[in-house]
Ligand binder design. Structure first.
Ligand code: ADP
Length: 555
């Protein structure tokens, strides 16, 4: 802008100077020429009267300075000329000034003369004998006159140009300064040109509106961020080309990636081909899902397209940790298949024996043995179903809490009493020590815990072995330990014995009536009471199972 104003000032100044110079030159040259013509006429009159009185002698003797004098006869022939030999000169009757003098008595002209090779002012005057005296003087224009002063003139012009340049710079800067000084964020109307005030008022209003909108945007972004950051699920919002617009920390955590940089591609969060295809499907307008399994963790990725009038404008991606769900699903599937298998085995035996009995192919002396087998298989089925029912009750968390104060010592004593006959049959000695510890919990579940531990301690014992049950009280906890002198459990199996249907020796367990669910029921029963259970064992020497139940309710 400064440049434009500067150039305009310079151009206007230059045009004004040029016009003034042209005008003055024009006026000057006009008056200069008029002066010269008048002077030439006066001189012409004097010379004409001289010739009139003295004839050609006047011309021969006269000194006319720089003037050219020509005498032309009435017929147009040149009689005398101060510059050229008259005999070599052509007729002058048709010269403009001469022709005028012949007809009116005098005439003048301005013409380029080939003889003197310059522009000349001519004046002609008719004499009484009809001849004509013509005087000519070289015509000097104003510019010719000015050429003498060209040097000082140029200097004056250069000085004027420098001055106007300086003036133009200062002026243009001064004009622009108030505009440059405007603070566009806080325009001050009073400090600037009045003409700018409507613009500045509008700017100020727009600034306020923009600031309000920015603040609203910031607040809603903050709110969005607080909400999405508190989510345990991952959330990614990306543009139509996959550039990330928002990504909560849950998303990068679940995908095992670093928090993405602003505008980074969504594909940088996971390099797997499945993830890429899922996102590309969403970008193509199709909702897509997948399960990403890494390091034993399962993440469900749901990518949905966000469609506008112009097609897919972006995508929304949800990431959910489904590890537990997947594990439960696997467990459920395994459990169902295990249960079917466990139920099928005794039922097949029962079916086979009853078929034989029905067809009368069993000898009378074997009937009792087969009957006993049916009975024991049926007993196994009942135990299995009872265990499944107990477990599913604990599993579903649907067990109505009927907590009561239970004396764990008395409960253990009752269990030992129930196991007395089977222990005697195996020649295993059962003993109980400890204190009367009162614990508030489910009597049925606590009974199942102690029963399963003691039953196993007898079942997996050796003839002449011992089982010791101890009930004690440790700070904030009730502790029940069941130790036996049985077969023990190999270290490799110790971690797995609490899994459903896990048995160290499958055939042995089945033979002695095990279902593979006893320790699972113990684990869930203990968990139901917020406690812990652990097993220690030395193969060939025996095992110790320790249950600890918190007596102070957990907050
Ligand atoms: P089961 O009905 O087969 O006894 P459990 O869940 O009660 O099933 O026990 C799982 C497995 O752990 C058993 O099959 C057995 O191999 C082992 N086990 C449990 N208790 C003992 C113990 N006291 N001594 C040795 N092995 C045991």
């Amino acid at each position: 802008m400064t440049k434009k104003i500067f150039l305009s000032i310079i151009l206007i100044s230059a045009a004004a100077v040029a016009m003034t110079v042209a005008l003055i030159t024009g006026l000057l040259s006009r008056s200069y020429r008029e002066q010269a013509e008048l002077q030439l006429r006066d001189e012409g009159i004097v010379i004409a009267s001289g010739v009139e009185m003295n004839g050609g002698r006047f011309l021969d003797e006269g000194d006319f300075g720089g003037l050219r004098v020509t005498w032309i006869s009435s017929g147009g022939r040149v009689i005398f000329d101060t510059e050229k030999d008259p005999s070599a000169m052509e007729s002058h009757s048709q010269r403009e000034e001469v022709r005028a003098a012949f007809s009116t008595g005098e005439g003048s002209s301005v013409r380029y003369s080939d003889t003197v090779r310059s522009t000349a002012l001519n004046y002609a005057r008719r004499l009484s004998d009809g001849s004509v005296i013509r005087v000519s003087a070289e015509h000097f224009s104003v510019s010719d006159g000015l050429s003498v002063f060209i040097r000082p003139l140029m200097m004056i012009l250069a000085a004027a140009a420098a001055l106007s340049l300086l003036g133009a710079i200062t002026l243009s800067k001064r004009i622009v300064k108030p505009i440059n000084d405007i603070d566009l964020d806080r325009p001050d109307i009073s400090g600037s040109y009045r003409e700018l005030s409507p613009l500045l008022t509008k700017l100020s209003a727009q600034n306020k509106r923009a600031a309000r909108q920015v603040e609203e945007l910031r607040r809603s972004r903050e709110q969005f961020s607080i909400i999405t950051e508190s989510m345990s699920e991952g959330l990614i919002i990306a543009g139509a080309k996959g550039n990330i617009l928002a990504c909560n920390s849950g998303a990068s955590r679940l995908l095992g990636a670093e928090p993405p940089a602003d505008g980074a591609s969504i594909f940088t969060l996971n390099s797997s081909e499945h993830f890429r295809r899922c996102i590309q499907d969403a970008m193509g307008g199709k909702r897509s899902e997948l399960i990403l399994s890494t390091d034993g963790c399962d993440r469900q990725v749901i990518a949905s397209p966000a469609s506008g009038v112009t097609g897919v404008t972006g995508i929304v991606v949800f990431i959910i940790d489904v590890t537990e769900r997947q594990q439960l699903e696997t467990l459920r599937r395994e459990f169902t298949s295990n249960v079917s298998h466990e139920l099928k085995t005794p039922l097949t035996t029962i079916y086979g024996i009853s078929d034989m009995l029905e067809n009368g192919i069993v000898r009378q002396e074997d009937v009792e043995r087969f009957g006993g087998q049916i009975r024991s298989e049926a007993q196994r089925l009942i135990s299995l179903i009872n265990d499944i029912v107990s477990l599913s009750k604990l599993d579903e968390d649907s067990l109505p809490r009927q907590d009561e104060e239970v004396d764990l010592y008395d409960l253990a004593k009752a269990v030992i009493l129930r196991l007395k006959s089977s222990a005697e049959a195996k020649q295993v000695e059962l003993s109980l020590t400890g204190d009367h510890v009162l614990f508030t919990g489910s009597r049925t579940v606590l009974d199942e815990i102690i029963m399963n531990l003691c039953d196993n301690a007898v079942k997996y014992n050796v003839s002449g072995g011992r089982v010791e049950v101890k009930v004690s009280h440790i700070p904030t906890k009730a502790r029940i330990t069941v130790s036996d002198t049985g077969t023990g459990i190999p270290p490799g199996d110790l971690d797995r014995i609490f899994e459903r249907f896990y048995r160290v020796d499958k055939s042995r367990s089945r033979k002695i009536g095990g279902t593979g669910l006893g320790l699972s029921i113990v684990k869930h029963g203990v968990m139901y009471h917020g406690g812990t259970v652990r097993a220690e064992s030395v193969p060939g020497k025996g095992s110790i199972f320790t249950v600890e139940l918190p007596t102070v309710p957990k907050k």
